[in-house]
Every structure is written in C-alpha cells, then in structure tokens.
Design a protein around this ligand. Sequence first.
Ligand SMILES: Cc1cc2nc3c(=O)[nH]c(=O)nc-3n(C[C@H](O)[C@H](O)[C@H](O)COP(=O)(O)OP(=O)(O)OC[C@H]3O[C@@H](n4cnc5c(N)ncnc54)[C@H](O)[C@@H]3O)c2cc1C
Length: 428
Amino acid sequence: MADHDAIVIGTGQAGPGLARRLVAAGWKVAIIERKFFGGTCVNAGCTPTKTLIASAYAAYLARRAADYGVTIGGPIGVDMKAVKARKDAVVRPSREGVERSLRRLKGCTVLEGHAQFIGPKEVEVGDEVLRADKIFINVGARALVPPIRGLDQVPYLTNSLMMDVDFLPPHLIVLGGSYVGLEFAQAYRRFGSEVTVIELGPHLIAREDEDVSRAIAEILKDENIDIRVNSKVVAVAKQGNEIAVTVENAGTSSQVVGSHLLLAIGRRPNTDDLGLDKAGVATDSRGYIQVDDQLRTNVPGIWAVGDCNGRGAFTHTSYNDFEIVGADRDHGHGGREPSVRERRDKGLHEDSGRQGDETDPRGVAAGTFGGRGHPLHPRCYVYQGAVHGPASGGAHSPDSLGVHSDHVGRPQAAVVSDTRRNDLILGT
Ligand SMILES: Cc1cc2nc3c(=O)[nH]c(=O)nc-3n(C[C@H](O)[C@H](O)[C@H](O)COP(=O)(O)OP(=O)(O)OC[C@H]3O[C@@H](n4cnc5c(N)ncnc54)[C@H](O)[C@@H]3O)c2cc1C
C-alpha cells in the first residue's frame, strides 16, 4: 500500500494546479488520469472546438471574400482531414504539456488508470491501492446519452467522438441548442454540411437572456442552419444509410432525416464508476457530488472540484475551484468565486478588450498568433461562445459564434476585472 498526503483523481482544469500547489507546500501527492491528460477542455472541449471554429471561420470568410473586395479564382474547398490534423496539432502540445509538467513534479506520483474508492481514505488504480488523508476528486463530466427510443440502434456522435471526424457529414442533426451543440452546428455548416438543430425548449441557449438567444438564432438562420425549437425528440431509427429523428412539436409529429447525429443535450458527471458508495460520498439525484462552499464533500478529507460538483461547467469555474481549495490549504482563505453571470447580476465591472498576446490559446487555436501554448491566465474570464459579443457590450457581430472576432479575424476576449482575489492567483 502506497501512502501519500493527498490523492488527486483526474487531471482536468483543477487537478494539476492543485497537485503543484500541494507539492510546493511539501506534500507527497499522487495524481491519477484514466485517459487524456488535461481532461475535457484540452482534449474534447474548449481548445479543439475553438480550433475547428477557426477553420470554419476561415472558410466562411473566404466565401465572403468578394464582400471585402478580394477575388478568389475558384470555389472554396474545405479539406476535413487537414482541418482535423490542424486541430490535433493544437491539442497535442497542450495534452503533452500537462503530462510532462506533472511527471517532472518532484513529490508527485503520476498514475495512469481508472481510479475508484475502496474506502474513505483508499483509492484503487489497477492493482495498486493508494492511501491518503486528503482526496481531491476532479473527474469531470461526459456527454449525456438520453433514453430516447431507438438510440441504441443507431450510430451517434458526442463532443468526444467528433474529435475523430475527418470527413464532412452531408447532413448533421444536432440534438441540443446550447453552447456545445451550436458550436458544432455553426462550424459544420461553414465546412459545408447541411445542419439541423433540434432544441426542446423555446429558445436556444436557454441560460442566456432572450435577446441574446434571439440574436444567436438569427445569426444561425442567416447561415441556413435549420433551427427547430419547442421540439421533443421521441425516437430515432435507421433509414437506409441515414438516421431518421422523430420530433414532436405542439402535438404534431414530424421527421428529420440526416446522415449523422450529434448528441449535445447536456453532460453527466463521471461519478457513476468512482466507488463513491465505498467512501460514503453523497451525490445528488443526477450524480453530482454534493459540496459546501469550500468544496468539501460530506466525508471529512474528501473534496470535489470542477464539473463533477455541478456548480459550474466551465474551464474557469473548475480552475476557480482549485483556487478555493488551494487557498483553503495555504491561507485559510475560502469562499466560492461568483460565476461571470453572478458577477454581472451583482453589477461587477466588466471590460471588453483584446487578448493581444501570443500565449492566448484561443489565439493559437484561431491561428492568429504564433505557436507558444501557455494557458490563458484563468483570471481572464473569457466569455465562451455565443454570449461573447453581445454580453461583452461589443458590436453585435455575425462573424463567428465561437470566437468573437473583429474584422480581421483576431479573437477578442471579454475580461472581468477582478481586484479582490489578487492574493490567491497563482502563476500557471
Ligand atoms: C465541446 C465543449 C466545448 C467547451 N468549450 C468551453 C469553452 O469554450 N469555455 C469554457 O470555459 N468551457 C468550455 N467547456 C467546458 C469545459 O471543457 C469543462 O467545464 C472543463 O474542462 C471541466 O474541467 P474539469 O476540471 O471539471 O474536468 P475535466 O476536464 O473533464 O477532467 C476530468 C479528468 O478526469 C479523468 N477521470 C474521470 N474519471 C476518472 C477516474 N475514475 N480515474 C481517473 N481519471 C478519471 C478524465 O479522464 C478527465 O481527464 C466545453 C466543454 C465541451 C464539452
């Protein structure tokens, strides 16, 4: 049995920072990853989607070249193998960077494999049993697969499976009209797919204000994306080489037939196979680990950080969880940082400015900066996706959904001023 001061499960946005912080405080730490170092954001979320979006934006702009007085002698083509290769080339260094930095960390043992609790202070990874008084869970979430009739009989894509797509789906049907679904919808439409978005609720991106949602719908409709709101998917079935989706809308049933189906209707936490019952850690009915404001679970000595605690589903909220737990360890400082939306509701100041730095990963993804790839400092609360333009008070721009761009296509970031947490910020 190997003994450690702390075990960190998962290498998402909170785990690696936490491992570094604890090692710096003299702790002996073990960190465990079962798949890709860097987790969702690096491998199947923020970075790759923004990279795809940048390629899509280039295609979009090329088609509009004449609007700018630029002549292109021939039709615009998109090489999907090259698009994927570019995405992989942006993702790989980030993933490898996370792994390398952890392996170089003196006092930190890196294990690869699936971790599960076998007791409140014991975690099993393959044949190995690790013991520690402090355990930090950073296991993230994955795409939710809903119990739709026939779904087990048809092939479907998720955000993770989309990472392997190196071809153009003739007609992509996207279930779910929120951030993830719409990013893919717009990108693939710009690559040349026909795209239909099916959303259960009355608005796209229901969490946003209605005017934002309306503006997004207009942008997408202008690009000939078929948007169906108030539409409930009741069944899916194979129809020859295609997939037929049966949709109910106001008591009427209809079918949408497409070549590929993408599920983007929500996330579920990676807690079902973690042995939480062996440790006695409580979850809510959807599997999210219940935590207090210090991110402590109901079991002393066990914390849950990032998406798996259900208190945020963003890179910066996960990183912020690390700050809370890390601060708690070192300074006895605590309290959860409010989300961007909470800050806005409280009238906290927001600046809109450009991230004019070649270390901005969105700059790297967008191809507007060189190749260095340090993470954007998490204090820069970059609005994601569609809320970016309108919410930052910038000009409403139909140019890009995922990366708000000015007229030369450089990414801009909306940054929330934060003077209260200077004491807690770590370099990355
Ligand atoms: C398509 C998409 C686009 C996104 N775009 C943005 C964006 O633009 N901006 C933004 O802020 N957020 C975005 N997000 C959300 C963001 O990616 C997540 O909120 C963030 O990555 C969550 O980080 P995390 O630290 O909670 O966990 P994760 O990054 O999910 O990491 C969890 C890690 O734990 C590992 N793990 C799980 N279970 C075990 C186990 N039992 N044993 C060992 N290891 C385990 C996993 O393999 C994974 O590596 C996007 C998400 C998606 C899906």
